[in-house]
Design a protein around this ligand. Structure first.
Ligand SMILES: Cc1cc2nc3c(=O)[nH]c(=O)nc-3n(C[C@H](O)[C@H](O)[C@H](O)COP(=O)(O)O)c2cc1C
Length: 165
């Protein structure tokens, strides 16, 4: 969901989203992630410039949860932070809210600065943390049709061996 109404989230909704993040599984229970919750409108607008395209809608979200992790705390921090990101999205959907993953790792601002560095500076994030994603959340601003199952790529599923049917 990239279109949001202006309605704010309740404190309960925000807590539920964060619980989902904090309950997400991590390799060896390293819990190498940290989450920065942004609801300040001005900061949300600045976050929307973290990359050249694909983040403009962040300024209209009620909330952005910036998902960071410490690569020194886990060699699989990307997996751990990705799982936390999707858990937030699943929880948002369960609450009837809309969300969108905004990729930060390996992405750049319009001026060529890394999105990671831009967000570090904006939010005062310690150097050892890397920003993987930010998850924009808000009340859905449009209807979306459910996934059309006729588009499922069953040919990408292999039984017992590659190519097996
Ligand atoms: C790893 C990852 C990175 C993504 N990054 C962005 C992004 O930066 N901006 C954006 O608008 N959507 C982003 N998305 C959302 C995808 O574009 C979206 O899930 C995909 O197009 C499927 O869309 P659908 O749910 O409408 O079918 C990302 C999704 C994933 C899983």
């Amino acid at each position: 969901m990239r279109k949001f109404t202006g309605e704010e989230l309740s404190q309960d909704e925000v807590l539920t989203l964060l619980k989902a993040a904090l309950m997400s599984p991590t390799s060896k229970r390293s819990n190498c992630w940290q989450f920065i919750v942004v609801d300040d409108k001005e900061t949300l607008e600045k976050l929307s410039y973290c990359k050249e395209s694909g983040a403009a809608f962040v300024k209209d979200a009620a909330l952005a949860i910036v998902v960071t992790a410490d690569p020194l705390a886990s060699d699989v921090w990307i997996e751990d932070a990705s799982i936390a990101s999707i858990m937030i999205q699943l929880q948002a959907e369960d609450l009837g809210l809309g969300s969108c993953w905004v990729q930060v790792r390996e992405r750049f601002t319009a001026n060529g600065l890394s999105a990671n560095e831009y967000i570090h500076e904006l939010l005062d994030i310690p150097l050892q943390l890397q920003v993987l994603s930010l998850i924009a959340v808000g009340h859905k601003g449009m209807e979306r049709k459910p996934f059309d199952e006729s588009h499922l790529q069953w040919e990408k599923v292999h039984i017992n061996k590659y190519g097996g049917k």
